[in-house]
Design a protein around this ligand. Structure first.
Ligand SMILES: Nc1ncnc2c1ncn2[C@@H]1O[C@H](COP(=O)(O)OP(=O)(O)OP(=O)(O)O)[C@@H](O)[C@H]1O
Ligand SMILES: [Mg+2]
Length: 485
């Protein structure tokens, strides 16, 4: 039954020979499904009755896991991987299923139809994809995947983290998948090189850290790539900000204010940056610089750059700063840096100050004020010795607007503040908040109650907006409760 996908040399060797310990037939017999019995038991026996199906399910999963590992090993030994690359998906699925049947038959393992289908899918995912992660990667409702060792895989759905029922057989299995991902991008991860950043084939962002630095087994984080990034309208519909705020942001981006999106991990910084970029005129030349290319700009004239970490020998690094310096020679109208986190801050601020106004970036900070301190720290860390007042005045003249993105405790993501930088007062950078999210309480099921409001302060840039043709009505600055959709 093995065909062209089978390794030629392997034909001589009986399949079973590879596996000295065949699964004993009795254990392999499908267990008679008797869950109905559990419901007939008397109330007194309830705890036991409930435990039984769970236990059974666990055993079934364990057994399936073992069969899968054995079959997978044999499949890899017997498949002609070179021929496999050229096979169509349907061909490959049929092939895997027929090889699996053959092996199961030889072992006398009988599985019901459902288990067989699951097994075939899992084997296909193991051979061609990323094993247990594959189902989660294909599930569009999952936005983040977080693996804490082989037995614990969390996923984020609609802003909420939940434990999934996906597991790996053991640490070795998990490591094999990690290896598969990183070797595809020419990287390596092992004890001496215990963490790595990579991008999956579909554009998802991937980070892994392996033992011994990861104490309880490898840690993996995946931010799934969204084909259709959330746009301004989506974000307004989700209640991330209001139409009035969107109109203000449109004026700010179109009139080329320099904008920083600030926020914590996973707070929606990149999503906001991407949505804001939609306000940029199509005629402008935009250059983007990211560690992992995530932005999806809709304009025609876009040059994308991705910085590169050093290779295994510590060579070949192209830092965000290198990209930024080079970008300045490439005649951009605007520069967008995915995240500013290090010495590139100097060049970013300089770019913002010298003709590339309308540039944008994100920083990791919890408020506008905190964002400014972060920028000051980054400048200090970059080894620039400047009096603090000079640093601040450089920041104050470069940055016009800080948009704060937050992931609130109920999992919702909102633009909790829009703050303008208006200049310096003495040694201090002066700012004014224009819009904010006002929390007022919590529902019994822990949903946040609140509303957006303007602060009553008129924009420092309103004259600029007017001159550029963005005549915002004064009413949008009135401190009334704004309707979020
Ligand atoms: N307002 C929103 N409503 C619902 N989902 C959102 C919203 N904003 C962002 N998301 C989703 O939240 C996830 C994290 O968003 P994003 O990548 O923009 O965060 P980030 O702050 O850039 O994260 P990181 O710090 O990891 O770079 C994504 O899956 C994104 O689609
Ligand atoms: Mg991001």
């Amino acid at each position: 039954m093995f065909s062209k996908y089978k390794r030629q040399s392997a034909t001589a060797k009986p399949v079973t020979a590879a596996q000295p310990k065949a699964a004993p037939a009795p254990e392999a017999q499908p267990k008679a499904p008797a869950p109905a019995a559990a419901t007939l038991r008397k109330p007194a026996a309830r705890t036991k009755a409930e435990a039984a199906p769970a236990d059974k399910e666990r055993k079934r999963k364990e057994r399936m896991g073992e069969i899968k590992i054995q079959l997978h090993r044999e499949l890899l030994e017997n498949l002609n991987l070179a021929a496999l690359e050229r096979a169509s998906e349907a061909e490959l699925r049929a092939e895997i299923s027929s090889i699996a049947s053959e092996i199961l038959e030889e072992r006398g393992i009988v599985l019901n139809r459902e288990d067989r289908q699951t097994l075939n899918k899992e084997l296909y995912d193991e051979v061609t994809g990323l094993g247990p992660l594959e189902t989660l990667l294909q599930d569009d409702t999952v936005s983040d995947i977080l693996v804490n060792g082989p037995q614990q895989v969390f996923v984020e759905r609609e802003g909420k983290l939940q434990l999934s029922d996906v597991t790996f057989k053991d640490e070795k299995h998990l490591m094999r998948i990690i290896d598969k991902i990183v070797s595809a991008v020419g990287r390596r991860v092992d004890e001496s090189n215990p963490y790595v950043d990579a991008r999956l084939a579909d554009g998802s962002r991937f980070n892994a850290m392996v033992p011994p630095i990861a104490v309880d087994g490898s840690l993996v984080s995946i931010r799934k790539f969204k084909k259709d990034k959330l746009g301004i309208d989506d974000l307004v519909n989700f209640g991330a900000f209001t139409e009035e705020m969107a109109a203000y942001l449109q004026a700010a981006v179109s009139t080329r204010l320099n904008v920083i999106v600030s926020g914590g991990t996973g707070s929606g910084k990149t999503t906001t940056l991407n949505a804001l970029s939609s306000f940029i005129d199509n005629a402008e030349r935009i250059l983007t610089i990211e560690d992992t290319a995530e932005l999806q700009l809709q304009q025609t004239h876009v040059g994308r750059m991705e910085s590169r970490p050093p290779n295994v020998e510590g060579k070949g690094e192209v830092s965000p700063r290198d990209c930024l310096k080079n970008a300045l020679r490439m005649r951009p109208d605007r520069i967008i840096v995915g995240e500013t986190r290090g010495e590139e801050v100097i060049d970013m601020l300089q770019a913002m100050n010298t003709g590339h106004d309308g540039s944008m970036t994100t920083i990791h900070a919890n408020s506008a004020r905190d964002g400014i301190s972060r920028l000051e720290n980054m400048i200090a860390m970059a080894g620039i010795e400047m009096p603090i007042k000079a640093v601040r005045s450089q920041i104050a003249s470069a940055v016009n607007l800080i948009v704060q993105a937050s992931r609130l405790q109920d999992g919702s993501r909102r633009m909790t503040s829009i703050t303008e930088i208006t200049g310096m007062e003495g040694d201090v950078i002066s700012m004014q908040e224009i819009f904010r999210f006002q929390r007022v309480g919590l529902t019994p099921d822990n949903k946040i109650i609140g509303h957006f409001t303007a602060t009553g302060v008129r924009s420092h840039f309103s004259e600029r907006f007017r001159l550029w043709g963005y005549d915002l009505p004064p009413s949008i600055y009135e401190p009334t409760v704004m309707e979020a959709r």
